[in-house]
Design a protein around this ligand. Structure first.
Ligand code: COI
Length: 356
């Protein structure tokens, strides 16, 4: 693909920045956004950084009807030496294109997106929060914009990146969360879209999430869509358990999202020579191991969630409290190491961070 020039159009209406000590997740947005349009014949074109602004769409635009959308989530950090650091952005862009392929959206030039993201971050650098546990969340996404009511891939799309200064995803912060094992609804099935980062997977999760919330739980743990037996993932993160000295996480399949944080955690555990395996884990195994005193800790991993310890699991009316409801040693070490690497405070053995 020939190199495209990214147009930059700065806002002259700067918004007030939030107090970095009071940030929640995804409610405040920066002054600019990055967009690229797609149309047949032209391909992906007109990359530009513009003021953050509402978009106007025809009510027949396909985005409003059949859910042909994809998105990503990654984060930027401000290092103590003033550099802007991105954590493994190429993994997210690779995954974006895998999601595109599954949703019949034309793949986008990953280098173009990375260049646009870097320009956007330079322009909105002052929005990167610096308080402990905060970062600038980056949300790339694609919507189909053709006005057409037939069920078919759109011929027009809009790619956008918006930025949001964030604190913890969960109201518990870095404290353990309570998780409800969903026994009625399923998130995804083999051959479905579970592996893709597409809005429909999250829409389909809301009913179960509503039930979990009303029972006092933060998140839902999904079981496989056929037997409701094997553990898959949590609503916004992948899941790990330490059982009888070994860290285990469900092996990837067509219905589990391949998390970038999940992959990073696996690499760190192997590097520390902590026994770890990716395999099928049934929910019975976790509850039976618990009854034998073998479940040492549990935690979730995700870009938004970072490392979130799991303090309690509820399945079919039975509740188990893991590690006395406290953060486990592995979860703590992973959290400190990952956030340290992301902020440039800990040696980046794996060359994960990219300086903008
Ligand atoms: C992320 O961790 O970035 C995600 O996309 C999860 C999202 C549902 C908050």
């Amino acid at each position: 693909m020939t190199e495209q020039t990214i147009e930059i159009n700065l806002s002259n209406n700067k918004k007030e920045k939030p107090n970095p000590d009071q940030l929640s997740f995804g409610k405040v947005f920066t002054d600019h956004m990055f967009t690229v349009s797609y149309s047949e014949g032209k391909g992906w074109h007109e990359p530009k950084v513009t003021p953050y602004q509402p978009i106007t769409l025809d009510p027949a635009s396909m985005v409003f009807h059949y859910g042909q959308t994809v998105f990503e989530g990654l984060k930027a950090y401000l290092a103590n030496d003033g550099r802007i650091l991105l954590f493994r952005p190429k993994k997210n862009l690779e995954r974006l294109n895998l999601s595109n392929q599954r949703l019949c959206i034309p793949t986008i030039d990953e280098e173009l997106v990375l260049s646009g993201l870097k320009k956007l971050l330079e322009v909105d650098k002052e929005w990167i929060p610096n308080a402990p546990g905060t970062s600038l969340y980056i949300r790339p996404f694609i919507i189909p914009t053709e006005a057409f009511l037939g069920v078919a891939p759109s011929n027009h799309y809009q790619f956008m990146i918006i930025l949001s200064p964030v604190g913890s995803y969960y109201k518990e912060g870095i404290n353990p969360v309570k998780i409800y094992v969903e026994d009625q609804y399923v998130r995804a099935v083999s051959g479905g879209t579970g592996k893709a980062k597409t809005g429909g997977n999250y829409a389909a999760s809301l009913k179960a999430q509503e039930g979990a919330t009303s029972r006092g739980f933060s998140q839902v743990l999904w079981l496989d869509g056929v037997e409701k037996k094997y553990i898959e993932e949590v609503g916004s993160m992948n899941i790990f358990f330490k059982i009888n000295g070994e860290v285990v996480t469900p092996a990837l399949n067509e219905s589990i999202l391949e998390g970038v944080t999940r992959n990073s955690v696996l690499q760190l555990l192997k590097y520390w020579e902590i026994p770890v395996s990716e395999r099928k884990i049934s929910i019975e195994e976790v509850f039976e191991s618990y009854s034998k005193g073998l479940v040492e800790e549990a935690f979730g991993t995700g870009t938004a969630a970072v490392i979130s310890p799991v303090g309690e699991l509820s399945w079919r009316g039975e509740n188990i409290v893991i590690n006395n409801g406290e953060t486990g040693t592995i979860a703590k070490k992973l959290y400190d190491t990952l956030t340290g690497i992301q902020k440039g405070d800990v040696t980046d053995y794996f060359d994960w961070t990219i300086s903008v």
